[in-house]
Design a binder for this molecule. Structure first.
Ligand code: ADP
Length: 490
């Protein structure tokens, strides 16, 4: 086996990490640091860009030192929380404001105004996205309008905007200002089919094009680190937003291949091939990756509340000591005892898009016990996923099977229930760090260590466990109709 190593930087929302991958997919070293979350007011979420950079660098140097193998790091791959906006001075390299995090809702009014002016259809057709504060463009404009240092830098032609991977590359490489196509496709400024930023979209959102990075491939010779960081220049050869990276890490490389990540929320992406997807069922179209200028696309649907429902049962209701307990509790009863939970604790995401909806627990009786409620909570994951499956199918991207990952996917009962309700094989890799693996695969291909992603996936991806549908059709239909009835009460 060749002994080159890939250093992956995974700059997430709550923490940033570095991992060292061997070419057989084994992780040789890992370091992680928490990121400070700033909540200046309800609905506002900020990060400190200097902290993101410094802590990522500390982790990177730590794993390089742990393995004592900086000399063998052949390439760097980066994956990151998407949509979050960083503004910095391109001359000094210093941040000009706190980063506005994807969860931040401060531009909701601006989005509403643009919708009222009738811009949503055109924006959607061009970018595959919706007019929602989640995406980057309105955050960029907010920074210009509200932070004097950002406005001054814009006037002086020194302003640089970027998502988190772009910021990290700028610092790592000492001034390269690039963003990969998967991250760029989350800004509202990149047409799905367009090579680069669209002038019309930039002017609609009031974002100066000169402040934006160059859009680059997801793999290739993208940039090189300054020698001062690791003792020598290391090529950065792969980058992707976290959900796209996880899709590649799950080897969803052919059209129709679909993965679902169950963390705090749930993100489903289906590979749709090389033609830009157009959803008629309120899913998002997004760039999965771009190589040698050729784009591959995905349809995406997000569920707002997944693991956070379990956290709520544990921390707010005190029903659980740990999330893992849910599995034994669900198994301890024969069925949900008539309880249905619609977990709209922060609204319902795709395909319903009811941000104002609130959660429902239905069907309580004197015989309802804790286990029924916990079981209904887990069941709501399969139901939310099933609603997404219908929307994907209606958009011409029917799932053949579903590959799952994320913290909740460790729950065997949940995995089996998903298979039962979807009526599909559900596959779970033994190695669940699919996001980092996807970034490692991109970087390995970008460095020429493998000819393509499929070969990289075969070499680096491990074994999977399958869950086959077993539920009888009557039970399944009863579950589905009880869920539909509960949805109608929202
Ligand atoms: P994120 O990346 O969004 O922080 P993770 O992928 O780490 O999330 O998943 C953590 C979530 O999964 C938590 O919300 C937790 O409640 C839930 N979770 C973890 N283990 C289990 C389990 N065995 N069964 C059900 N839920 C679980």
């Amino acid at each position: 086996m060749r002994d080159e190593l890939i250093l992956v930087l995974d700059a997430g929302t709550t923490s940033t990490r570095a991992m060292l991958f061997a070419l057989d997919g084994q992780v040789r070293a890992l370091a992680q640091q928490e990121l400070t979350q700033f909540y200046p007011a309800p609905g506002l979420v900020e990060h400190d860009p200097a902290e993101i950079w410094e802590r990522t660098l500390v982790c990177a140097r730590d794993v390089a030192a742990q393995a004592g193998e900086a000399g063998r790091i052949a390439a760097i791959g980066i994956t990151n929380q998407r949509e979050t906006v960083v503004a910095w001075d391109r001359v000094s390299g210093e941040p000009l404001a706190r980063a506005l995090v994807w969860q931040d809702r401060r531009t909701a009014d601006r989005c509403q105004a643009l919708k009222a002016q009738g811009h949503e259809d055109a924006v959607r057709n061009a970018t595959g996205l919706l007019l929602d504060p989640y995406f980057s463009a309105t955050k960029m404009r907010w920074l210009i309008d509200n932070v004097p240092a950002v406005a001054e830098a814009a006037d002086a032609g020194r302003l640089a905007f970027g998502t988190v991977e772009s910021w990290l590359v700028f610092r790592l490489a000492g001034g390269a200002h690039i963003s990969d196509a998967s991250n760029a496709s989350r800004t509202l400024l990149l047409p799905l089919a367009g090579e680069s930023w669209d002038e019309g979209l930039c002017s609609l959102f009031g974002v100066p094009r000169t402040a934006l990075p160059e859009v680059c491939d997801n793999a290739g010779d993208l940039a090189r680190t300054l020698p001062e960081w690791f003792g020598r220049a290391i090529p950065i050869t792969g980058m992707a937003g976290d959900q796209q990276a996880a899709t590649l890490g799950q080897s969803c490389l052919a059209p129709g291949d679909t993965k679902a990540t169950y963390g705090t929320g749930a993100f489903v992406l289906a590979n749709t091939g090389t033609a830009p997807p157009r959803s008629r069922h309120r899913l998002l179209g997004t760039v999965l990756y771009q190589m040698a200028g050729q784009r591959h696309y995905a349809l995406e649907g997000s569920v707002f509340v997944a693991g956070s429902l379990i956290q709520w049962l544990r921390d707010s209701l005190g029903l659980l000591a740990s999330a893992a307990e849910t599995e034994a509790l669900a198994r301890s009863v024969a069925d949900n005892g008539g309880v249905v939970i619609v977990p709209a604790l922060s609204g319902l995401g795709a395909p319903h898009w009811l941000p104002e909806a609130r959660g429902v627990i239905r069907g309580l009786s004197l015989s309802t016990g804790k286990a029924h409620i916990v079981r209904a909570a887990l069941e709501s994951m399969a139901h939310q996923t099933c609603d997404l499956a219908e929307a994907f199918a209606a958009d011409g991207a029917a799932w053949q099977r579903l590959r799952i990952d994320g913290g909740m996917a460790a729950n065997d009962w949940l995995a089996q229930d998903l298979a039962d309700i979807l009526g599909l094989t559900v596959e779970r890799p033994d190695f669940v760090e699919t996001t980092a693996l996807g970034a490692a695969m991109l970087a390995a291909v970008g460095a020429g260590l493998f000819p393509d992603l499929a070969t990289a996936g075969e070499a680096m991806g491990g074994a999977r466990r399958s869950f086959e549908p077993q539920m009888d059709e009557t039970t399944r239909m009863q579950r589905l109709s009880a869920w539909q009835a509960a949805l109608r009460t929202l």
